[in-house]
Design a protein around this ligand. Structure first.
Ligand SMILES: Nc1ncnc2c1ncn2[C@@H]1O[C@H](COP(=O)(O)OP(=O)(O)OP(=O)(O)O)[C@@H](O)[C@H]1O
Length: 469
């Protein structure tokens, strides 16, 4: 009898939604916002963006665009009403796996150099053969490509494969519209040592704020940018990336396993030559990137090769764009963001939580927003001899608590009203609240919070996101 997918002749086959998938092929499917598709692996091995599926359990998917890939062939069954589904024989997974193995080699070299790692983590390994260097940083990989080129997908695949090898890579999401382990509008970093939740395409799993889950929660460091695109306020964005890189460095200093595993950085898809290349430059230097991976864009690859190859420590490589990558239009993006916000307060459908409302005096709220970009002129852009005070304007500005804040999502910062504006602009995020109602006559504000707690005395930072249930 042939193994599923390993039949000697022909292509993958489908009978009544039972599919025999041949080795190194993938089943791509899209599920609408209001429908569900379930799938069950019956035999063989299968993975979704690097994370292996178990044989037997039923997985269910909604509002998602995914691909299930198999290395050695599998048989599975699915049901539901997908918007699209097809088998592709043209997978790019082997080139992504090759990239993973090249990174793994760098991690092994880093482990050899890390004295602590040798002593504590690799006790059982014969360390006599290793060099004598005290330090070892794993590869810091920046993934760059145009919008919808598959950057996040590649970041997930590399992360899942690294975790499978026992690594704990620091995953850094610099795309505010996606909000990894947090809400839209954020940039964040978290060390991954456990598997991701394959049923949640847009999320990377759960964080400590999203309540009990079947996949262990991660503990991200989060900064609030407040809108979808870094170009909305480049100076504020760059300042947050710098802060995040400092936070990452101090986390890596304490966590040798993560340090040896390196970083996987998912950039926002801004690659136009002026702003995009300048942004790439500052990310490369802030996060000490030493491997740049470009996806499916020859010009970008060649430009970056010329720019970084002379610096011997930076390697630029290119990988193909998968034909399965689907572009997200603005409406789809909004609905995904809406779902992320809803799940933050009420939990995912599987583990529905109850959100809490509290009412507090207006005077208890200290709200800031980021300053307008036009006010934040860089001193280098000012004519020589001109007044440089504008260049020193704070990155954040205080906001009156007024009905304009109705339905706003506000980030609760690790900063108090007594802190300076500079401290506030550099503060990371503790969680989020949603303003439900502002009664100006009674001077009261009603807020939605994900957990039962008093209104935090921290500063709240406003962005461009609003939510109304
Ligand atoms: N092989 C594939 N088959 C089916 N869908 C895929 C495949 N690869 C990626 N996708 C889907 O395509 C969409 C876009 O991919 P992804 O988010 O990785 O691109 P991106 O470059 O990060 O996008 P953006 O620039 O918007 O951040 C996602 O919904 C992802 O799940």
């Amino acid at each position: 009898m042939d193994l599923p997918g390993l039949s000697s002749a022909g292509q993958s086959s489908v009978t009544n939604n039972t599919v025999d998938l041949r080795p190194e092929t993938e089943w791509r499917f899209e599920v609408g916002l209001d429908s569900i598709v379930t799938l069950k692996v019956l035999q063989g091995n299968a993975e979704i963006f690097g994370t292996e599926l178990a044989v037997g359990p039923t997985y269910s998917f909604t509002a998602t665009k995914l691909s299930m890939f198999t290395w050695r062939g599998c048989r599975f069954e699915w049901s539901g009403d997908p918007l699209a589904e097809y088998i592709s024989e043209e997978s790019v997974m082997s080139s992504y796996a090759n990239l993973h193995f090249a990174l793994e080699k760098l991690r092994m070299q880093a482990a050899e150099k890390d004295a602590h790692y040798k002593k504590e983590v690799m006790k059982e390994v014969d360390i006599g053969q290793f060099g004598s260097a005290e330090e070892g940083d794993g590869p810091r990989v920046l993934i760059i490509g145009s919008r919808s080129s598959g950057k996040t997908t590649l970041a997930k695949i590399l992360t899942a494969y690294a975790v499978k090898m026992g690594r704990s890579p620091m995953v850094v999401s610099l795309d505010p519209k996606e909000g990894m382990l947090s809400l839209p509008g954020t940039i964040s970093a978290a060390s991954f040592s456990t598997m991701m939740d394959v049923e949640e395409e847009e999320s990377w799993g759960s964080s400590a704020t999203t309540g009990p889950m079947h996949v262990p929660p991660k503990n991200p460091t989060v900064y609030y940018f407040g809108s979808d695109s870094p170009t909305d306020n480049i100076r504020f964005y760059k300042s947050l990336v710098s802060r995040l890189s400092i936070a990452i460095s101090s986390r890596l200093e304490m966590d040798h396993r993560a340090r040896v595993s390196g970083c996987i950085i998912d950039a926002a898809g801004i690659i136009d030559q002026k702003v995009g290349y300048d942004l790439i430059d500052s990310i490369v230097s802030d996060l000490a990137v030493d491997v740049i991976v470009t996806i499916g864009n020859e010009r970008l690859y060649n430009d970056l090769l010329k720019r970084y190859q002379p610096r011997k420590q930076i390697t630029v490589v290119k990988v193909q764009r998968s034909g399965g990558v689907v572009e997200h239009d603005a409406t789809y993006l909004r609905s995904i963001q809406r779902r992320m916000i809803k799940e933050y307060f009420y939990g995912p459908p599987k583990t529905a939580l109850s959100a809490f409302t509290i009412t507090a005096d207006i005077s208890a709220f200290t709200v800031y927003k980021r300053s307008e970009q036009s006010h934040l002129v860089s001193s280098s852009a000012l004519p020589i001899g001109s007044d440089e005070t504008t260049a020193l304007l704070s990155l954040v500005t205080k906001v009156e608590v007024s009905p304009a804040l109705q339905n706003a999502i506000l980030a609760v910062l690790y900063a108090s009203a007594k802190d300076t504006e500079d401290d506030i602009a550099e503060a990371s995020v503790m969680g989020f609240v949603n303003i439900l109602d502002i009664d100006e006559t009674k001077k009261k504000v009603k807020v939605l919070m994900p957990i039962q707690a008093r209104l935090p005395s921290q500063v709240l930072l406003m962005g461009s996101y609003h939510y109304l249930e």
